[in-house]
Design a protein around this ligand. Structure first.
Ligand code: GDP
Ligand code: IMO
Ligand code: MG
Length: 433
């Protein structure tokens, strides 16, 4: 396959290692563009022992000369963005001149964070387990056609004052006894706009020009397919389209611009927050995966729930996104386990299912159907050649590919850029030529 624009997105419930994969692929692209989500994302990249955690800024930013785009589909908390820019500057990464922020992106304001926390408290037992970053309420305002966009911060001041005033009074009606004053908030958003002004751009045009010049774009997903507002485990999802459809709407690029789709999946499964996780483990085995995989949220520090690899989930993701290949991460975390399980279906009260259901009630009490494979004792950590992997690890990968219906184009054996296997003659090697 010829070199092309590719989307890199999560095939499970997030935190699959998208940041690492995007970072290692970035040198082959001119632009990296985020299409949805907000600073609920936490993408970790290690470069020679130095840790970077990106939330809003694309994980391509660590490579000088690459332009990094935040699309209209992203919701932006300006304070979170400034903090990230400042932190990168402190670590020697300059974003000026190559960070582009969509003028159509919606803004997260402090009251969105409050509404997020309040809404979770009101749900009680039925809470989603959000990141409390105001993501859901900001998307609600966008879809409700009352949101404030980046271009509004830079436009007519009277019109902006009117919008802020209306939003604040709507919020005051929603929160009992609340008397938030609109004027200090207005002054604050004006200042936000001024700091952001040099980065604001027509990102759809920037991407179109990049492609016209014969250069290539990497579309970076946040969250994951099973957290997608339409295709995920609703209502235990985030509020945007993390799956491939989000690329077009979230950046203003046509479907034909996406030449390939790479799904990132862990060699096991994790999830943060509430909602079903059919292969969830408890006890010693869960602790073992959590500790050796350092499974704690990159944004909130919450311990991640851990379970075996679920081929039903990845096969579903492959269908929704049209995955051309998988980047399988964290294989090394399974090193030393005597045996490894892989789920191929669920036994439910009404029979066996092998396709991921829409109605989550079907999953209550469902029992995963497992295949058990032998583990391996020799370490896979840092291995860069498939043939150098223990034979049992090779066997596990082959079975996982078969059960998921997609080949592993990349296998990650450690958190560093270099700790990676790119399969020869795989779809990815074609994309990178
Ligand atoms: P993202 O949200 O999908 O970008 O993933 P996160 O950064 O939230 O979580 C993935 C974690 O796994 C990060 O701490 C990475 O440094 C780490 N990681 C990525 N790939 C590997 C790998 O192959 N092995 C190990 N041990 N850690 C990895
Ligand atoms: P990355 O990009 C894992 C989860 C939250 C919660 C649900 C809704 O690092 O993979 P939200 O704050 O978005 O309204 O919360 O989605 N969630 C994530 N889980 N990784 C993420 O991002 C996530 N972003 C949101 O835990 O269950
Ligand atoms: Mg993450």
């Amino acid at each position: 396959m010829a070199k092309t624009n590719i989307a890199v997105l999560g095939a499970q419930w997030g935190d699959e290692g998208k940041g690492k994969i995007v970072d290692m692929l970035t040198p082959h692209f001119a632009t990296v563009a985020r299409y949805q989500g907000g600073h609920n994302a936490g993408h970790t990249v290690y470069v020679q022992g130095t840790k970077f955690v990106l939330h809003l800024i694309p994980s391509g930013i660590l490579h000088p000369g690459v332009s990094c785009v935040i699309g209209n589909g992203v919701v932006i908390d300006p304070q979170a963005l400034f903090k990230e820019v400042d932190e990168l500057a402190r670590m020697g990464v300059d974003v000026d001149g190559r960070l582009l922020v969509s003028e159509k992106a919606h803004v997260i304001l402090p009251y969105h964070r409050e509404l997020d926390v309040l809404s979770e408290a009101r749900r009680g037992e039925r809470r989603i387990g959000t990141t409390s970053r105001g993501i859901g309420p900001a998307y609600e305002d966008k879809i409700g056609r009352r949101g404030i966009r980046i271009c509004d911060l830079l436009g007519d001041r009277d019109a902006l004052a009117e919008e802020v005033r209306e939003n604040v009074s709507a919020r005051n009606r929603m929160i009992l006894d609340s008397t938030l004053d609109w004027k200090p908030l207005f002054d604050q958003v004006v200042a936000f706009g001024e700091r952001m002004r040099p980065w604001v751009a027509d990102v759809s045009l920037h991407i179109a020009q990049t492609m016209k010049n014969g250069k290539h774009v990497l579309f970076e997903g946040a969250q994951a397919t099973l957290l997608d507002i339409d295709h995920g485990t609703y209502p235990f999802v985030t509020s945007s389209n993390a799956s491939v459809g989000g690329v077009c709407t979230g950046l203003g690029v046509p479907p034909k611009a996406i030449g390939g789709v790479l799904g990132v999946a862990k060699a096991y499964t994790t999830r943060v927050g509430e909602g079903p996780l059919p292969t969830e483990l408890s006890g010693e085995l869960a602790d073992r995966l959590r500790e050796s995989g350092q499974e704690y949220g990159a944004s909130t520090g919450r311990p991640r729930r851990c379970g075996w690899y679920d081929a039903v989930v990845v096969r579903y993701s492959a269908r929704i996104n049209g995955l051309d290949g998988i980047a399988l991460t964290k294989l090394d975390v399974l090193d030393g386990l005597p045996e490894i399980k892989l789920c191929t279906g669920y036994k439910t009260a009404t029979g066996t299912i092998t396709e991921f259901p829409a109605d989550l009630r079907l999953l209550v009490g469902a029992e995963p159907i497992y295949e058990t494979l032998p583990g391996w004792s020799a370490p896979t950590k840092g291995v860069t050649d498939f043939d150098q992997l223990p034979v049992e690890a090779q066997q596990y990968i082959r079975r996982l590919e078969d059960a998921s219906g997609v080949a592993c184009a990349i296998i990650s054996t450690g958190s560093d850029r270099m700790e990676t296997i790119v399969r020869k003659d795989s779809i990815v090697s074609g994309w990178l030529d």
